[in-house]
Design a protein around this ligand. Structure first.
Ligand code: FE2
Length: 322
């Protein structure tokens, strides 16, 4: 069956088609410019580009809506305004063309497309993005959170630092570029058992940026937060005795973090996997693939239940779908 997936949890509207493999994956991201990411403006962006993203996604897949058997949409976690636009669009398409609907947990979609791409059996998952930093374990068909950030997501840590030092493009990729060639400045390291704490590190980095070069502080911020992340991932590998680790989510695209995780896994005789960058960005293809899996297990979702769940943690899937 061919599935159309719609991703709309935050600043990206993306649509992809999955049918045996990824057939298309069109991604349109709202940058926000200097005023930052305002929810209403993300929603306006998604409304404005919805028809074009849909047309391109179907054209790239060489399909029309007639070829689509299921419409899957991102249901949360995310921001209410952009989620509402994507979900309204999904409902319209399903009703207009007589297709079933399925709501997808955004984190579950990142995990599932990465498992599909990496082909590592029963892995431990490190899910790291703007709003999330979690170590996940699958048991009895559901994902459990073994450890997570106790304050901000690791991606938000970099975004906040970039805004504090007034970078033109305030996001993690820009901080990673700035960090190239930097030298280490001492910053606080805060791991609490299986959990991570980033806010003290952010405050210290902002303070250090007043007396050290931004390059050196950016480098140190990344090295410190990545080392913390590797420590909890390594502890989770030991505790669970897993032999495979997959990193997924926006921050999993960072090459330095990939290198650190790969080194750690090699020392611990575990295999490390990460999907191509396109699937660690917010993307519609992952929603389509995860939608297919959920539809097989739970069937379609009635239209009246197709509403945003802004605080939809991955460990609430049993409660919501069960
Ligand atoms: Fe994401």
């Amino acid at each position: 069956m061919n599935v159309l997936g719609i991703e709309c949890t935050a600043h990206t509207l993306s649509m992809g088609v999955f049918g045996g493999r990824v057939r298309s994956n069109v991604i349109d991201t709202y940058s926000g410019g200097s005023e930052g990411l305002i929810p209403r403006k993300m929603a306006d962006h998604h409304s404005a580009v919805f028809a074009d993203v849909l047309a391109k996604s179907l054209a790239d897949a060489k399909m029309t809506m007639k070829d689509i058997g299921l419409v899957a949409f991102s249901q949360g976690p995310g921001i209410g305004a952009p989620l509402s636009v994507g979900i309204a669009g999904a409902k319209y398409l399903a009703l207009r063309h007589g297709k079933p609907l399925v709501g997808v947990n955004h984190c579950y979609a990142h995990v599932k497309i990465s498992e599909h791409m990496c082909r590592l059996e029963d892995p431990l998952i490190l899910y790291i993005s703007g709003g999330n930093s979690q170590i996940l374990l699958q048991r009895d068909g559901y994902y459990h959170v073994l450890g997570e950030t106790l304050d901000v997501g690791i991606g938000n840590l970099f975004d906040s630092f970039a805004r504090a030092i007034k970078m033109e493009h305030a996001h993690g990729a820009a901080v990673a570029k700035l960090a190239e060639g930097g030298k280490y400045v001492d910053l606080p390291y805060s791991v609490k058992g299986m959990n991570l704490v980033f806010s003290g590190l952010l405050t210290a980095a902002e303070k250090a940026a007043k007396t050290h070069s931004h390059r050196d502080v950016a480098y140190s911020l990344m090295e410190t937060s990545f080392a913390m992340t590797c420590e909890v991932a390594e502890r989770a590998l030991f505790l669970t005795k897993k032999k495979h680790l997959i990193a997924c989510g926006g921050v999993a695209q960072n090459r330095r973090l990939q290198q650190m995780l790969k080194t750690m896994c090699k020392e611990d005789k575990a295999a490390f996997g990460v999907a191509p960058d396109e699937f660690n960005r917010d993307n519609g293809a992952m929603i389509a693939y995860a939608g297919l899996l959920l539809h097989r297990k739970y069937g379609p979702v009635p239209v009246e239940k197709c509403v945003p769940i802004t605080n939809y943690r991955i460990d609430r899937m049993k409660e919501i779908l069960g």
